[in-house]
Design a protein. Structure first.
Length: 436
């Protein structure tokens, strides 16, 4: 494909820098806009930047939004719709698909309307009402904050007690500490099983194949303990339209076509021998999911997104096996602490013991005089990936690459992919969800 003009837009935090870099490396012209001032140095030295994304609209052959947020408000779906009406090719959502993430109750309604099984849940705008509901309906629950504060990942709480007493205690604490910011929360009945996300790329008309299946590792520490981080790493594979896809995202294909949605959409589920239970949508790229997906592409990344945005079938070719991504972090991640970041991590050098950069991707990274350095303020430095014919081989490859990376005070989880190896894969196959 001849070189095209790609405009990448981060209208809140900078998230899409690595994909912009990969597309630029393929020979396309790339410009990257970052709204948040503290993040504007991210990807410096890797891609060309612009200070005014709207001034580049006519220049761009493809416009790519990385998230649903415009600052503290949901809004990229509306912008994407307006740009499509002007005849622009856009990777981005719609106002209704943005709601799938921002309004969990609406998301469950859409699922039910299209015949998808849902978990018992209820939304509240009052903490005391939620506490009373648990007392009247004892059981294990998950607390999911609503609105902008849901991005504070550590506020998601998975109950452990069968009577819900621990959830009551947490709600009381949240009322005192977060009552001024939480516009509401959802109580979702906790279900046990294998957690797996079904992810598809949609071209405005249909899902393109293959379908991606991924496993998030959200907790900070190995063994899935500690505070929620958004994600410490991802494992995945690709396959066809199996039962797991047909019973979830597949049922929304016509609805997404009517919306004109373009991009990645993910639905995280709990699966057991009794059924499939959707938990939440990600109607945008996931992070670091999209980085690992791109690593597994055999189709050129720029060509893929150009065809996707224009409603064509990219005829995506991917690695036939398993993939692993590991986030390599520095203090204070996953917390916000400017003093700690300044003392320990700001501008920290990222040193490689070999010249090989295969499988290494940038996140909050910049390049100064050829030297990779930590950028931004979040403390997510880089991502190491691995591919292999088995999950164990992919895991081995990713961690071998990490052995060659030196950053003062770095940390990461050393068990990404282990759940699959220790039985999740066998269970999903035995329950019949991953067959042809």
């Amino acid at each position: 494909m001849d070189p095209k003009n790609f405009l990448f837009c981060s209208l809140d935090a900078a998230l899409i820098g690595d994909i912009a870099w990969q597309v630029a490396e393929e020979g396309h012209d790339v410009k990257y806009y970052i709204e948040t001032e503290d993040d504007r140095e991210i990807a410096d030295g890797f891609v060309e930047k612009t200070d005014d994304w709207e001034a580049e609209i006519d220049w761009a052959d493809v416009i790519i939004f990385d998230d649903i947020w415009v600052g503290s408000e949901v809004g990229t779906g509306k912008l994407a719709e307006e740009l499509r009406e002007q005849g622009k090719a856009v990777v981005g959502g719609t106002q209704n698909t943005d709601r799938l993430e921002d309004d969990r109750g609406y998301a469950m309604e859409i699922l039910r309307e299209h015949g998808v099984n849902t978990i018992q849940h209820r939304e509240f705008s009052d903490f005391d009402a939620g506490i009373e509901y648990i007392r009247e309906n004892p059981g294990p629950y998950v607390i999911k904050p609503l609105g902008e504060v849901q991005n504070v990942k550590r506020l998601l709480y998975v109950g452990r007690e069968d009577d819900g007493s621990d959830v009551v205690d947490v709600l009381r604490a949240y009322k005192k500490a977060w009552g001024h910011r939480m516009k509401g929360f959802q109580l979702q009945r906790r279900v046990s099983g294998v957690e797996i996300a079904v992810c598809g790329f949609f071209n405005g008309n249909k899902f393109v194949e293959p379908i991606n299946f991924n496993f998030e590792h959200k907790k900070l520490f190995p063994g899935n303990i500690g505070p929620s981080t958004g994600e410490m790493g991802t494992s995945m594979f690709w396959t066809g339209r199996n039962k797991l896809f047909r019973e979830t995202l597949g049922k929304l294909e016509d609805w997404l076509a009517a919306e004109g949605y373009v991009g990645s959409i993910d639905i995280n589920c709990i699966v057991n021998s009794s059924g499939i239970y959707p938990l939440e949508f990600t109607p945008r790229f996931g992070y670091p999911t999209i980085v690992l997906q791109e690593e597994s592409f055999k189709t050129p990344t720029g060509e893929f997104f150009y065809k996707l945005a224009h409603g064509d079938d990219p005829e995506l070719q991917v690695h036939n096996g398993y993939q692993i991504a590991v986030r390599i972090c520095v203090p204070p991640f996953p917390f916000d602490d400017d003093k700690t970041f300044d003392e320990n991590s700001r501008n920290a050098a990222i040193v490689f013991e070999t010249d090989d950069r295969d499988g290494i991707h940038i996140e909050d990274t910049k390049k100064v005089n050829g030297q990779w350095r930590v950028a931004g303020t979040s403390g997510i430095a880089i991502i190491a990936t691995g591919k292999g014919p088995t999950m164990a081989r992919a895991q081995e490859k990713a961690y071998d690459r990490i052995e060659n990376i030196i950053i003062p005070n770095l940390y990461y989880r050393d068990d990404i992919g282990r759940r699959w190896i220790e039985g999740d894969g066998d269970r999903l196959l035995a329950w019949g969800y991953l067959g042809p």
